[in-house]
Ligand binder design. Structure first.
Ligand SMILES: Cc1cc2nc3c(=O)[nH]c(=O)nc-3n(C[C@H](O)[C@H](O)[C@H](O)COP(=O)(O)O)c2cc1C
Length: 159
């Protein structure tokens, strides 16, 4: 049977979405937008304000912002590529909500991020802790633009 791939993306301002959609197009994967129950406003995203929603969530390792939508056929996918922006050096907490919402046993998971400069950093290692041990975890990368050459190069390690 042909392998089935999913690209799942959380994007607050569109940068990660553009890269994720390009990846899905290149590999003919299904595309899923991880939609927060409560959409992040501009004020929520203000990293200059210690009390903004994103600052509060990122300073609390136990924060798990709710997700509005759900994949009903996760069992059908062999590979799940997960895209997110870097917030405070790591993945937004909603990515942990996503990883804890499904059984990824036996699947390949490949994370990518976009950022203002930071690499995927320790988010890669930290996220890995959220899934079962038999997940084939591909080392995460930063892909800031929907650049087909960079995407294809990385995909050689993934698929
Ligand atoms: C709350 C918040 C925290 C951020 N922290 C970082 C950071 O630590 N390092 C970095 O390089 N960029 C940081 N950024 C910038 C984003 O990672 C970058 O703009 C990303 O491409 C946005 O993706 P999106 O449009 O898909 O949401 C931060 C952005 C926000 C909103």
């Amino acid at each position: 049977m042909e392998k089935k791939n999913l690209v799942a993306v959380f994007s607050a301002s569109g940068v990660t979405r553009r890269v994720g959609q390009k990846i899905a197009e290149i590999i003919n994967a299904d595309y899923l937008e991880i939609v927060p129950e409560e959409i992040y406003t501009k004020d929520d995203l203000n990293w200059m304000n210690k009390r903004s929603r994103s600052s509060v969530e990122m300073s609390d390792p136990a924060a798990r912002p709710a997700i509005r939508n759900r994949v009903e056929n996760m069992q059908d996918y062999d590979t799940v590529i997960i895209g997110f922006p870097i917030w405070w050096g790591i993945a937004p907490r909603i990515i942990e909500t996503f990883l804890e919402s499904y059984d990824f046993s036996g699947k390949t998971i490949a994370p990518f991020c976009t950022s203002g400069g930071s690499g995927v950093g320790r988010s890669d290692i930290e996220l890995h802790k959220n899934v079962s041990a038999d997940v084939n975890w591909v080392k995460g990368v930063k892909i800031n633009r929907p650049d087909e050459t960079a995407i294809r190069r990385w995909l050689q390690d993934v698929l």
